[in-house]
Design a protein around this ligand. Structure first.
Ligand SMILES: Nc1ncnc2c1ncn2[C@@H]1O[C@H](COP(=O)(O)OP(=O)(O)OP(=O)(O)O)[C@@H](O)[C@H]1O
Length: 259
């Protein structure tokens, strides 16, 4: 096997409050058109893990690479990384204006401007039971499911290499959800879902996070292709020191990187 499209090694997050490990030593490999499904009970750190992989929040140790390069090795650094390894939240943050306004603003960001062949969110939305008018409607007038699809359509227009999807169909009816699923299968995704049938439909790899406790530091189960490898411990990687990111690094909750 050649180099994976995306890889993460030993990603760990220790919480400040009681030094509890939220997750520890998560290893990920992802190739083109693969979907890694991330599951686990509420509060086990799934969203936090996606934000770590997008370099939106600092984490305790570990590192990720896309096409063999670490975030800092990309032109524009972390913002360049986030435009390629893109986190898409479950609920879009309230934005002023309409979805098309957001699309036009994001197009001007330096991390996106360099991209050629930016897609048309309206064309994508129309494959998912949306119409053009949804993209010119104020965000505040859209339903949860309409907002979710508009934000996702805008994000994939920018053709990220890896989509980090936080319950991308949680607000959708089954027909729309099925159409979105089909579109997303063309991408490399790390996909949080609580729906085990969806996990079976879309997943080519699987990780399940379990609850950790202050007294049992390593409590992440790593499950790949249905085979559970009980807690994977750090192997050869040296832990990195906790990284401090600038305030702009904490812009979670946006459908796309806005730097
Ligand atoms: N920096 C932090 N300091 C303290 N606690 C934190 C920090 N970051 C995350 N947490 C806690 O870690 C837990 C995991 O949150 P997270 O949203 O990642 O869980 P989740 O598995 O995605 O849950 P859900 O399925 O409900 O969306 C939460 O209890 C959260 O409050």
């Amino acid at each position: 096997m050649g180099r994976p499209l995306f890889e993460a090694h030993g990603i760990s997050m220790q919480l400040d409050d009681n030094r509890r490990w939220l997750f520890k030593d998560i290893d990920i490999e992802l190739n083109q058109r693969e979907i890694l499904v991330l599951q686990g009970p509420s509060g086990t750190g799934k969203t936090t893990l996606l934000k770590c992989l997008a370099e939106l929040i600092p984490y305790t140790s570990g590192y990720s690479k896309l096409r063999g390069k670490k975030p800092v090795e990309y032109e524009l650094g972390i913002p360049g990384w986030r435009s390629r390894v893109m986190y898409i939240p479950q609920r879009p943050t309230a934005h002023p204006g309409c979805p098309l306004d957001l699309f036009n603003i994001v197009k001007k960001f330096s991390s996106q401007k360099v991209k050629k062949d930016i897609g048309d969110p309206i064309q994508i939305g129309m494959q998912w039971n949306l119409s053009e008018s949804h993209f010119t409607e104020k965000w505040s007038n859209l339903s949860g499911g309409e907002m979710q699809r508009c934000a996702l359509a805008i994000a994939i227009c920018f053709k990220p290499d890896v989509l980090l999807l936080d319950e991308p169909t949680s607000a959708l009816d089954p027909d729309s959800a099925g159409k979105v699923e089909e579109s997303l299968k063309k991408f490399a995704c790390i996909w949080i879902t609580h729906d085990s049938r969806q996990a079976d439909r879309v997943g080519t790899r699987h990780i399940t996070l379990s609850r950790s406790h202050p007294s049992t530091p390593t409590d992440s189960e790593y499950e790949e292709n249905q085979q559970v490898n009980m807690p994977k411990r750090r192997q050869e990687q040296q832990p990195q020191r906790s990284r401090r990111l600038s305030p702009s690094a904490f812009r979670g909750g946006l459908p796309v990187d806005i730097t």
